[in-house]
Design a protein around this ligand. Structure first.
Ligand SMILES: [Zn+2]
Length: 263
């Protein structure tokens, strides 16, 4: 059984890789192609882990390698699916957990590579997880929709604060600032996270995300100062941090906090 679950995770990881290659450019899926020259990939090269043993690691057209990201994403997807099944094998919680993980991993990969959270991913996910949340007996429509609204609202506030700050800096330096902390993609993502983890978990999830992102930025800035290449407005992608907070709450953190603080 676990072998089948691992296989399922592997295939889903492959689908995430293919989507992360095509969606940022086309806004729609297509069969895997080489990201360097656009040549159609042979089925042997569709999955990253088997591409090397099958002799399909390099593109036959341009000789460029398949890339480590495919292997990492497939590895995470396999481990995630297996752990999810070990943690709670009941069908509903396994399949929804798998779907949540799929969307989270896809958004993370695209945001890291392109600093982009695509509406073609977040909008359909919002619809699907909105419905799932409303149908969940422990959520219902109130906890689900309030969660989505609050998540959206908190990061919308941060988004306005960020663009206000950017305008203020631009005024003082008399030049445009093209990097803002939170983009509107992050606002949509926060709404999606709210629908997935519900009220009141969304507050903890978003705060965790914002604080880990802040801590990471601080360390990053310190390192660049020490190496004397400091540039204050090189923005980091915030999506992966928001997702980290959401994943913690969704996969067991909510129960942990409940047990510890009676939240
Ligand atoms: Zn190629």
């Amino acid at each position: 059984m676990l072998l089948l679950i691992g296989l399922l995770g592997w295939i889903l990881g492959g689908v995430i890789n293919a989507l992360a290659d095509s969606l940022p450019h086309l806004r729609k899926p297509r069969l895997p192609r080489c990201i360097h020259c656009g040549a159609q990939r042979t089925p042997a090269a569709w999955l990253g882990i088997t591409a090397w043993p099958l002799g399909a690691w390099r593109c036959p057209e341009c000789e460029k390698p398949r890339g480590l990201r495919a292997v990492i994403v497939e590895g995470i997807a396999i481990a995630g699916a297996v752990l999810l099944h070990l943690y709670d094998p009941s069908a509903i919680s396994f399949w929804t957990g798998l779907l949540v993980g799929f969307v989270f991993l896809l958004i993370t990969v695209i945001d890291i590579e392109h600093r982009l959270i695509l509406e073609v991913v977040s909008l359909p996910s919002m619809a699907v997880f909105g419905i799932i949340g409303i149908l969940r007996p422990d959520f219902g429509w109130w906890k689900t929709l309030l969660g989505g609204l609050v998540g959206f609202g908190i990061v919308l506030g941060l988004f306005f604060l960020g663009s206000f700050f950017a305008r203020w800096v631009a005024l003082r330096r008399e030049q445009e600032l093209d990097e803002v902390a939170f983009g509107f993609g992050d606002v949509m993502l926060a709404g999606l996270i709210g629908l997935i983890v519900g009220w009141p978990g969304v507050v903890v999830a978003i705060l965790l995300g914002v604080f880990t992102a802040g801590a990471f930025s601080l360390i990053y800035i310190l390192i660049t100062i020490l190496r004397r290449q400091y540039s204050p407005f090189r923005a980091i992608p915030y999506g992966p941090f928001l997702i980290l907070g959401a994943a913690f709450i969704y996969y067991g953190g909510a129960e942990l906090l409940q047990a510890a603080y009676g939240l």
